[in-house]
Design a binder for this molecule. Structure first.
Ligand code: ADP
Ligand code: MG
Length: 509
């Protein structure tokens, strides 16, 4: 006999019967919690594999490198085979198609975005700016956005800041007070960020979301693994990057309602880093994105030691709950245990809090949503063993897999600055929904050059004629601004860049 799982469900493990999760409820988010060494990563591994089999692409951070084994079929030992047998499960070695990503471009394909796309809110968080500094950064973006200027990398932002400091009084009267000292402190924080390797992350070619939402010829979803062993040492970069990716998905994907299965499942490991000392306005926006991204068909699964690490407003939205063992030594532990226990729908056959403390490795209390979206009664569950390898890949295996990935060659080389100009110009036009989007970059550039020449000639004539006040201070400043930034794109005046909920670039749909 084998464990039977219905159509449209994935198997998590064995409780009183098979413990499953409905695919059509898998966009209602979830949490995987438990102390270190209790089986969270393996649970993530079996879930990612099951989603992939069901045709759902997955994005997950691999914090310790031990999730990478998912890419290679396992060689089950006696213990694993016994575990499978005890569950009436046949363990057939298998591995989902996997793509490796790495912000530093070492253990996977590089992932990049631009300063403009990240936006002021997340960048302020990334730089750990105070309110005053954030205000100045917002002005910098405001000035740039107003005139359709896109900032590509950290150097562009440095140049922008310098410009703002140099024109502090002019800009101050238009947008608000800008003190050179504040600009100086932002510039210093940018240098710190750079020293953490973030300049690899800002640039071109920027990530196309379609590339993390692929399925293979057999219809299996790709598992996208972000190497995070180094990244996690810069917790702000780690959490801001994942938040940026979520906000991109949210802004870009069209509404789906409640789909048959998710379009993408996103595992957010070390989720406490997202919420730690996040200011209230940001927290509220994160809650909002998590709530709304569901109808875009994206399921978000938070992985953390203690569910108490996740704010109640987010925790309350999570449909699937997988709780591995928790200890209750300190009062804080006890509080976490109580919160974890209370989040489950009681099973009359055991005491929830007591059971959580006594769970073995690879065991969990599990509750998923039923057809109506109501939580099922909690089940004490033996999590199934993975069909892929337990433990990390060798560096050689990783290199071989990266070489044959479907995005091989697309992101591996940072684009040369000159061509980035055209790329950004194209994107600016798209973002601004220009009706004349078809107009090619060369023509636009020619036009701009011609206009510039005429204007320069006129200006020279006027200057000769009489000293005058600047025609339009806003336009005048925009012109100087454009000239001072070599790698930015000026669109025709009056086309403002729109920003989304978390401050990222909003594209015309
Ligand atoms: N479902 C499972 N099937 C088989 N072995 C498991 C399972 N879950 C955990 N284990 C064993 O326990 C070890 C620790 O689990 P892991 O997922 O790395 O813990 P955590 O991520 O919570 O620190 C694994 O290396 C594996 O040997
Ligand atoms: Mg782990």
């Amino acid at each position: 006999m084998t464990l039977l799982v219905g159509e449209g469900e994935i198997l998590i493990g064995l409780g009183e019967g098979p413990v499953t999760q409905r695919l059509d409820r898998s966009n209602r988010h979830g949490v995987v919690a438990g102390a270190t060494g209790t089986g969270k990563t393996v649970t993530l591994q079996i879930m990612a594999q099951a989603f992939s089999d069901a045709g759902v692409p997955v994005f997950a951070a691999d914090v310790k490198g031990d999730l990478s084994g998912i890419a290679i079929a396992g060689t089950p030992n006696e213990k694993m085979l016994a575990r499978a047998a005890s569950m009436d499960l046949t363990l057939t070695p298998a591995a989902p198609p996997t793509v490796f990503w790495d912000l530093f471009g070492q253990k996977g394909h590089p992932i990049r975005t631009t300063i403009s796309e990240m936006g002021p809110l997340l960048l302020a968080r990334l730089l750990e700016l105070n309110d005053v500094q954030e205000g100045v950064l917002t002005i910098v973006f405001h000035v740039a956005d107003k005139d359709g200027l896109l900032l590509l990398d950290l150097k562009d932002l440095q140049a922008c800041l310098k410009y703002v400091a140099d024109h502090a009084s002019e800009i101050g009267t238009l947008y608000g007070n800008v003190s050179p000292a504040t600009v100086g402190s932002i510039q210093r924080k940018l240098l710190t960020l750079q020293s953490q390797g973030a300049d690899n992350f800002f640039g071109e070619p920027a990530l196309r979301l379609a590339d993390i939402m692929r399925t293979d010829v057999a219809g299996r979803g790709y598992v996208n693994l972000l190497a995070a062993d180094k990244l996690i040492h810069s917790p702000k970069l780690y959490s801001t990057f994942l938040l940026w990716l979520l906000s991109e998905l949210f802004e870009e994907l069209p509404e789906l309602g409640d789909p048959e299965k998710p379009r993408l499942v996103f595992f957010f490991d070390e989720a406490h880093l997202l919420f730690n000392d996040a200011p209230k306005p940001l927290l509220e926006k994160i809650e909002q994105v998590v709530r709304l991204i569901r109808s875009k068909g994206v399921g978000v699964y938070f992985v953390t030691q203690n569910p108490a690490d996740i704010p109640d407003a987010v925790l309350g939205q999570l449909g699937a709950r997988i709780q591995h063992a928790l200890r209750a030594y300190t009062p804080a532990d006890q509080k976490g245990l109580k919160a974890a226990a209370q989040s489950f729908r009681v099973n009359p056959s055991f005491d929830t809090a007591e059971t959580i403390q006594g769970l073995g490795v690879g065991e969990a209390l599990v509750s998923t949503l039923d057809l109506k979206g109501a939580p099922c009664v909690v089940q004490k569950t033996l999590i199934r063993p993975p069909a892929s390898r337990l433990g990390p890949l060798t560096p050689e295996e990783r290199v071989a897999l990266i070489a044959k990935s479907p995005v091989a060659g697309l992101y591996d080389t940072a684009q040369d600055r000159d061509s980035a100009y055209e790329v950004l110009q194209g994107r600016a036009q798209e973002a601004l929904r220009q009706t004349e989007a078809a107009q090619d970059a060369a023509e636009a550039e020619k036009l701009r050059a011609a206009e510039e020449k005429v204007r320069a000639r006129e200006e020279a004539r006027e200057t000769r004629a009489a000293p005058r006040a600047r025609a339009s201070s806003r336009q005048g400043m925009a012109e100087t601004f454009a000239k001072s930034l070599l790698r930015t794109v000026a669109s025709q005046a009056g086309r403002e860049i729109m920003r989304g909920l978390l401050g990222g670039l909003k594209r015309g749909r």
